[in-house]
Every structure is written in structure tokens, then in C-alpha cells.
Design a protein around this ligand. Structure first.
Ligand SMILES: [Zn+2]
Length: 399
């Protein structure tokens, strides 16, 4: 069985070991050594990667009591090799994992909330609590965690041979189904819980713990957090964003929100004024169009190519309708012609008239009763087509 050196010293990054076996496997070789610093995928966090002699360790997993190192090349059984883990990756994950212990302790101590889940990915980590907390409580918990970090408390890992040996150590959490020997990770004067993973030696190494989101999850709460180097990177990124916003408003970073709110209010006012003006403009336009309608045997006919917004075409066409009459309004935007055909007080079904309009414009459209509409690709001959459609609809009204 491989001796797991990471359980004894989390800051031991390298050791010499003897290759006990090496078997071909999918995507490489499965290697077993006599002792190693490599931590496997376990307890919600990813494994160590690194070098093992001349080859790379790409994955580490447990198989029963055995520890299997997946390598990208073969090794000679019986040979001695140096194993060296990727230090930055180990340190980063230890920062997150010890940060999780500290945050979980604070939630437990302050609000009796239990940690019921942990996941550490390469850009973020999450912890799940069994009860929801308010935004103020989340801040209080974060403040307490960072106070414990600044105090630079010692973190110890102790292995107890039996439950009896461990019974006087009060635990925040005892992993389900765990049997002796039991490894307990303790933070001086604060947390103690069972854990199999490497941790920092002092809480100060965590640097800072920042909760970046806290959302309802399975009746409790899921918190996403960043510790150490990850928190610093996020701060730098946000600072760059806030500074860029502030520069656009010629103000300081902490005044940016006020500037944005002021602009938001101004925009709201401008939109309101715009809506008022559009309403007034449309009223004038409607009156002007109605005045342009021609009389055909006591009925009104209006056919016009406008430059109105496509979305406003239908209400405008309906507004132009007299007591008895027919309107065809068209608008050309971005290479497309939109058209609305509508009638009022006539014994005509637009379903019977729209096919001729579609055909003349080369478009597709439909409708029935008093309203039909469609669209067509724009063409240079559009004004002539509008003339032809006017003549066609004039004849319809004469009939
Ligand atoms: Zn742990």
C-alpha cells in the first residue's frame, strides 16, 4: 500500500519513491509507488498533478486502499524516481479548502448552520449550508472568517487510531461512514472536523476569503467563494471594470454607481419625452394621411409609402381608417418593405385582397377580416408598384 506523505506534511512537494507496478491504461499508464506526495481526487477537490521522473502525472485516484497515478508514459518497475507535484496548483487548492473550513466554522458558530457540501473547481469553490442566511448574516460570517485568517491561527492535522482516542475532540462535522483511523483537521481555538485533504499550516496563508454569491439551494444556501490568489485576481478584474466605468463618467471608482444611477434617471426621462413626442408626431402624421385619402364612390382610399418605424406601421394604418374606407400603408427599412392592408365599414375581406398585394410586391403576407399584413424584399420599382396597387384598390372600391 502506498504511503501517503501529504497526510503528514501538506507542504512537502517532492519525494523519491520506488515504482511498484506500471500497467498500460486508457490515455497512459497506471503506476503504483511505495510512497508519494500526490493527493488523489477526493473530498470534493481535484487531485495533484506533476512530474514523476521523466513522465507527467495527469490524474490520481484511489482504488480500494491503493493509490493509482495515471502517467503519460511508462516507468520501469523497481526503479527509483522523483515525484514533484505542481506547487501552485496544490497551494491554490489548499487556500480554497482551508478557507472552506474557516467559513463553515463561522456559519456554524454564528448561526448554527451546518456545511453539507463542498466542491472545489479550478476557478471557483462552493460550500452548501443546511439553512439560508440573510445578506447581513453572510457578511457577518465573512467578516469573522477574515478575522480568523488575519489572526494567523495554526492548522493541525491529527490522526486518531480509534474513535475512543478521538472522543474528547469536539467535532463540527464527522464525515458519514468514516471509520478509524480518523484524521481530524483543527484550527487553533476554532474549528475541528474530519478531513482527508492537505491544508495550509496557518490560517494567514489563506490570505482572504470572499463570498461572491449566496443563493437558495435545496432548502439551504449555496455559497460561491474565492480565497487567496483567486480573490486577489477577482479584485483586480473588478477594479479594472469599475475604473473603466468611472473614467467614462470622469469620476472616482466609488462614485461610479451614483453616476450610473444619475444617467439611468436621465435616460428614463429622455425615453418618456421621446414617447410623448412620437405620440404627437403620429397624431400629426395620421391627420395628414387621412387628409390625403381619395374619395372613391363615397369611400376613402389611402395608399402611401411612409418612412415610419416597422413596429409603428400597423397602429398608424388603423388610425388612418375613416368610417368607410381602405388603407394600404407601406414602409421600407433595411432592404425590407413591410405593409399593412386594413379596412373599415366595407363588405370586403382582406384575405381576398392580400394575395394581389403580395404578388405585386413579391412578398409574403396574410390576414383576414379587416386586417392583413406582410413583408417583401425592397426593389427599385417600389414607387411604380405602389401606383399600380392604388389603381387596383381603386377598382375594388368602384366595383
Ligand atoms: Zn478539509
Amino acid at each position: 500500500m502506498t504511503q501517503r506523505l501529504y497526510l503528514v506534511d501538506s507542504h512537502l512537494f517532492e519525494n523519491e519513491c520506488t515504482v511498484l507496478s506500471c500497467k498500460p491504461a486508457k490515455d497512459g499508464f497506471d503506476v503504483v509507488v511505495d510512497e508519494t506526495v500526490f493527493f488523489p481526487n477526493k473530498g470534493g477537490q481535484p487531485c495533484d498533478t506533476g512530474a514523476l521522473g521523466p513522465v507527467r502525472v495527469t490524474d490520481v485516484r484511489e482504488s480500494g486502499d491503493e493509490l493509482i497515478l495515471r502517467t503519460d508514459g511508462p516507468l520501469v518497475v523497481g526503479e527509483k524516481v522523483i515525484g514533484h507535484i505542481d506547487e501552485a496548483r496544490r497551494l491554490d487548492i489548499m487556500e480554497q479548502h482551508t478557507g472552506e473550513h474557516i467559513l463553515s466554522w463561522c456559519a456554524y458558530r454564528l448561526f448554527d448552520a451546518m456545511n453539507v457540501g463542498f466542491h472545489c473547481a479550478f476557478t471557483y469553490a462552493t460550500l452548501d449550508l443546511d439553512k439560508p442566511l440573510t445578506a447581513e448574516q453572510v457578511t457577518e460570517m465573512e467578516d469573522m472568517a477574515n478575522d480568523l485568517i488575519r489572526r494567523n491561527l495554526a492548522v493541525h492535522a491529527t490522526t486518531y487510531a480509534t474513535e475512543e482516542d478521538r472522543k474528547d475532540v469536539p467535532l463540527r462535522k464527522h464525515a458519514e461512514g468514516l471509520v478509524a483511523p480518523i484524521r481530524v483537521v483543527s484550527i487553533e481555538g476554532a474549528d475541528s472536523c474530519t478531513c482527508c485533504a492537505p491544508h495550509v499550516h496557518f490560517t494567514g496563508e489563506v490570505g482572504v476569503a470572499k463570498i461572491v454569491s449566496a443563493v437558495a439551494y435545496k432548502g439551504g444556501m449555496r455559497m460561491t467563494f474565492l480565497c487567496g490568489g483567486r480573490a486577489l485576481k477577482q479584485f483586480q478584474k473588478l477594479q479594472t471594470t469599475v475604473d473603466a466605468i468611472a473614467r467614462r463618467f470622469s469620476t472616482a471608482g466609488d462614485e461610479a454607481l451614483t453616476a450610473v444611477e444619475k444617467q439611468e434617471a436621465e435616460l428614463k426621462e429622455v425615453k418618456k419625452q421621446n414617447a410623448d413626442l412620437t405620440g404627437k408626431l403620429e397624431a400629426y402624421l395620421t391627420a395628414e394621411l387621412r387628409a390625403q385619402a381619395e374619395d372613391v364612390k363615397g369611400k376613402k382610399l389611402l395608399v402611401r409609402l411612409t418612412d415610419t418605424d416597422t413596429k409603428r406601421l400597423r397602429p398608424l394604418a388603423l388610425a388612418t381608417l375613416p368610417e368607410k374606407g381602405l388603407t394600404l400603408l407601406l414602409t421600407e427599412r433595411n432592404g425590407q418593405v413591410a405593409y399593412v392592408l386594413c379596412a373599415n365599414g366595407l363588405k370586403l375581406d382582406m384575405a381576398d385582397l392580400i394575395p394581389a398585394v403580395n404578388l405585386a410586391l413579391g412578398g409574403k403576407g396574410g390576414g383576414r377580416g379587416t386586417l392583413a399584413q406582410g413583408s417583401a424584399p425592397a426593389s427599385p420599382g417600389l414607387p411604380e408598384t405602389v401606383e399600380q396597387l392604388t389603381a387596383y384598390l381603386r377598382n375594388v372600391l368602384k366595383a
